[in-house]
Design a protein. Structure first.
Length: 354
């Protein structure tokens, strides 16, 4: 398929971005709405073809992003041109452009429906590994390769967790490796249930430790998800910082980067644990919006810090922060719908009474 409607929409977006401060913007906005309708129809037609059916979920994610973003762009374009009008318009246009380019990337063979983050992949591989042991499948080279991948995902999660959880998960990984080393190539669990029981127990212990680490991380972040942004904003408004250098923000920006990584980890873990397809798409949509904001945090914060009295820079940074806070509020609510309440309470009480 040529996807002419999508390419036409991308061309209109380019024109709109260049002329957002001119009188032509209203005509271009009308053209964009009309063209987007055709592009969505084109995508729906493509998804009915067998070769594109595998991209249903990711296409829904892009559609959700468009649904969220387009009304905001219409409001900005039709509204009064306040501070950062051009910057905010560019942000929203770029987000719509990303959605369309992502669909084109998928349909042209540039991705797969199985693309995943470490936290989400951990849940899937762990489920497969436990099921294989329970079904007394042969412990062969393919199984061992899956376990190696599982342990890599677990350690990736551990690195973003607390020091205590890092030690617990690392020990759990070593235990799995130690247990697996006792099993020879081609071993069949039916011959010796003790070894398979030991392997199953070590996997379940690791699974529990990772689950607790992610829950504890969610508890920590949901308590104050805006902490890095608060610190950055206060520093930017503090008149004592003279002269100002970008390096002043290094520690705060590192903390912000860490928070963003942890948010993505928790969100993808929640997606992997949920069987509700609508809830999964909503969580992924929030994660995509937050990740998109991340691309603008550092440059907008640095611009605002160096020139705190510049209305455009201040206005754009405020817009990015507002977008992030809105998405984080929704994401926290959605993850609450996935989290097991009893387990969450146990983890919370454990943190309060160590």
């Amino acid at each position: 398929m040529a996807f002419t409607a999508i390419h036409k929409t991308l061309s209109i977006l380019d024109c709109l971005q260049k002329q957002v401060l001119t009188q032509n913007v209203f005509r271009l906005l009308h053209d964009l709405l009309k063209s987007l309708h055709s592009a969505i129809e084109e995508i729906n037609v493509a998804l009915k073809l067998e070769k594109f059916k595998q991209f249903q979920s990711k296409s829904k994610l892009c559609a959700s992003q468009l649904t969220k973003t387009l009304p905001n762009l219409v409001d900005i374009v039709k509204g009064v041109q306040n501070a950062a009008h051009k910057e905010v318009s560019d942000f929203l246009i770029e987000k719509i452009r990303w959605c369309l380019l992502e669909v084109l990337r998928l349909f042209s063979g540039g991705g797969s429906e199985d693309d995943g983050e470490p936290s989400g992949m951990f849940v899937k591989i762990m489920d497969d590994a436990i099921l294989a042991v329970q079904k007394e499948a042969c412990i062969d080279a393919a199984f061992r390769k899956k376990i190696d991948e599982l342990l890599c995902q677990a350690l990736t999660i551990a690195k973003l967790s607390s020091n205590e959880d890092y030690e617990e998960i690392s020990a759990g990984c070593k235990n799995v490796l130690s247990t697996l080393s006792e099993i020879t190539e081609g071993y069949k669990p039916a011959r010796d249930s003790l070894k398979s029981d030991a392997l199953l127990a070590s996997l379940e212990i690791l699974e529990r430790r990772v689950n607790i680490a992610v829950l504890r991380l969610f508890l920590h972040l949901s308590a104050d998800p805006n902490l890095p942004l608060k610190q950055l904003t206060l520093k930017a408004l503090d008149k004592r910082y003279k002269p100002r250098h970008i390096s002043d923000l290094s520690a705060d920006l590192e903390l912000l980067d860490l928070y963003c990584e942890q948010i993505q980890l928790i969100g993808n873990f929640a997606v992997a644990c949920s069987s509700d397809s609508h809830l999964r798409v909503k969580i992924l949509c929030c994660l995509a919006s937050i990740e998109f904001c991340e691309n603008f945090f550092r440059p907008s914060m640095e611009d605002f810090y160096i020139n705190p009295s510049d209305f455009n820079r201040k206005g754009f940074f405020k817009f990015i922060v507002d977008e992030y806070q809105k998405e984080m509020k929704e994401l926290t609510y959605l993850i609450d719908c996935v989290v097991d309440t009893e387990t969450f309470i146990q983890v919370a009480l454990g943190d309060l009474n160590p």
